[in-house]
Design a protein around this ligand. Structure first.
Ligand code: BES
Ligand code: MN
Ligand code: MN
Length: 455
């Protein structure tokens, strides 16, 4: 347990921490929109300045994209080292008209803070900075060496952090990587996450005639890219929700019986799902429970389709082209490059004649699996239990954090995924939010972890 001094410091500074988080949230650091490049720089500056003020050695690193922030306390060889990872960049805000308040003007209502980035990931990342600050301001000796690597391209598929990690394994060496960019199990139960999904993100373009054609004059004479695209998409999955890309399931690591039992004990129901999402019914691959599908089965989903006329009223055309974005969320031990190649080959094979079909691969991420039994996992469990006042459960996530797999490969250290968000925080969506209680408990957890990890 962290000292009384540290814990009471945290209690006495809650208001201040919220105000400071608001300042962080006011910076519109949208990494995928170049008009916001100055803002991503400002967000990097915000975290680097705070860490500098705490006396850490700080570097702001330009690897050609948005800046990375690296910081470390004095490194003493007799202490263990924790490396905290987070991202200061945020998702775009559209559709803007669905926000109840402007996304970069944080509003607090009923103990919940609303703003883009509040849960993903500024609010979660900030918990570690405030926990470290408590030790330093209270003059408490740090139980561990602390390093931070904070990036600004997580939401944009940027390369900077990969390059930096591969070139700086010594600098980043640690006894555990700590990441708070996931979720609790639910409002009352913290979770320790031991698997993230990976990803292969694909784009299909279907090119027909050189321009939109009058659908009467030329109807029946050429292949329609919209119909062709629909045919392709219809063949991606069967009626039971299984992906039809050949070899798709070959390398899927099946769930252990104790994992299935553990999931079942959590008591997640389709009713909860429908309640959380507003969906009329649950749906997915036959033979698996909803939680199994969400956490441990690969998926193949259309993310967007654009083709022809979608405006008011009717417009009679045969569209010139169509495009679809498709994400495949992958599980251990699927390889994103292999899956991307299998997808491309399959789409080419099933493409109707009379159109030109191209498939490209946007970005990939490796799936992650963490050992459930380790000293660090125990330290994380204890910290979560004391920080949240409730016993944590083992969970997996459907989301991806691309750099985590690279940390595992390059640094060979265990990864602790201590998430403080909720699935219902509306991340990537209008009205993103973060429960202040979870913010405070997250800070406590992080402070306690620093002590527990030292043991
Ligand atoms: N923090 C999320 C990942 C996440 C989402 C974890 C939900 C747990 C639950 C992260 O910022 C994110 O959005 N990742 C992207 C990665 C993609 C761009 C490669 C994702 O999962 O879509
Ligand atoms: Mn995130
Ligand atoms: Mn995100």
């Amino acid at each position: 347990m962290a000292s009384e001094k540290v814990l009471s410091h945290l209690k006495n500074h809650q208001q201040k921490h919220v105000e400071q988080l608001c300042d962080f949230l006011r910076i519109p650091s949208i990494s995928s929109v170049s008009a916001h490049n100055a803002d991503t720089k400002r967000a990097a500056k915000f975290v680097s300045s705070e860490l500098k003020e705490l006396g850490l050695a700080v570097e702001v690193i330009d690897m050609g994209g948005h800046p990375l922030v690296y910081a470390e306390t004095e490194i003493r060889p007799d202490r263990k080292t924790l490396l905290f990872y987070g991202h200061y960049d945020v998702q775009p805000v559209d559709p803007l008209d669905l926000w109840d308040n402007p996304p970069f003007e944080p509003v607090i209502k009923d103990g919940i803070i609303y703003a883009r980035g509040s849960s993903d990931d500024k609010g979660q990342l900030y918990t570690h900075i405030k926990a470290l600050e408590a030790y330093i301001l209270q003059g408490e000796e740090l139980p561990v060496n602390v390093k931070f690597i904070i990036e600004g391209e997580e939401e944009a598929g940027g390369e900077s952090i990969y390059k930096f990690t591969e070139q700086n394994t010594e600098k980043l060496s640690c006894d555990a990587v700590v990441v708070s960019d996931t979720t609790l199990y639910n409002e009352t139960t913290p979770g320790i996450c031991y698997s993230l999904k990976g990803m292969a993100y694909m784009e299909i373009t279907v090119q027909g005639p050189g321009m939109d054609l009058h659908s009467g004059s030329y109807g029946g004479s050429v292949q329609n890219p919209g119909n062709a695209l629909a045919e392709i998409i219809a063949k991606l999955k069967d009626a039971d929700g299984r992906c039809l890309v050949p070899g798709f399931y070959d390398d899927v690591l099946e769930l252990e019986q104790d994992e299935r039992d553990g999931f079942a004990e959590l008591g997640y129901t389709d009713e909860i799902l429908c309640d959380e999402t507003g969906a009329p019914a649950a749906f997915g691959e036959k033979g698996f429970t909803t939680l199994e599908r969400m956490w441990a089965r690969p998926t193949c989903d259309v993310n967007g389709i654009a083709c022809g006329y979608g405006g008011e009223g009717a417009k009679t055309i045969i569209p010139a082209r169509g495009l679809a974005k498709v994400s495949m969320r992958l599980v251990p031990n699927q390889d994103p490059d292999t899956i991307a190649a299998a997808f491309s080959a399959y789409v080419k094979e099933i493409a109707p004649t009379g159109v030109k079909v191209e498939v490209s691969n946007h970005h990939n991420a490796a799936p992650v699996l963490v050992h459930r039994k380790s000293e660090m996992m125990n330290a994380g469990m204890i910290a979560l239990e004391k920080g949240f006042g409730a016993k944590p459960v083992f969970i997996r996530e459907g989301g991806s954090i691309p750099i985590v797999g690279t940390f595992q490969d390059c640094l060979k250290s265990p990864v602790l995924l201590l998430g403080y968000g909720l699935n219902t925080d509306n991340i990537h969506s209008p009205n993103e939010k973060f429960h202040l209680d979870n913010f405070f408990r997250g800070i406590r957890t992080s402070a306690i972890l620093m002590t527990e990890a030292a043991k």
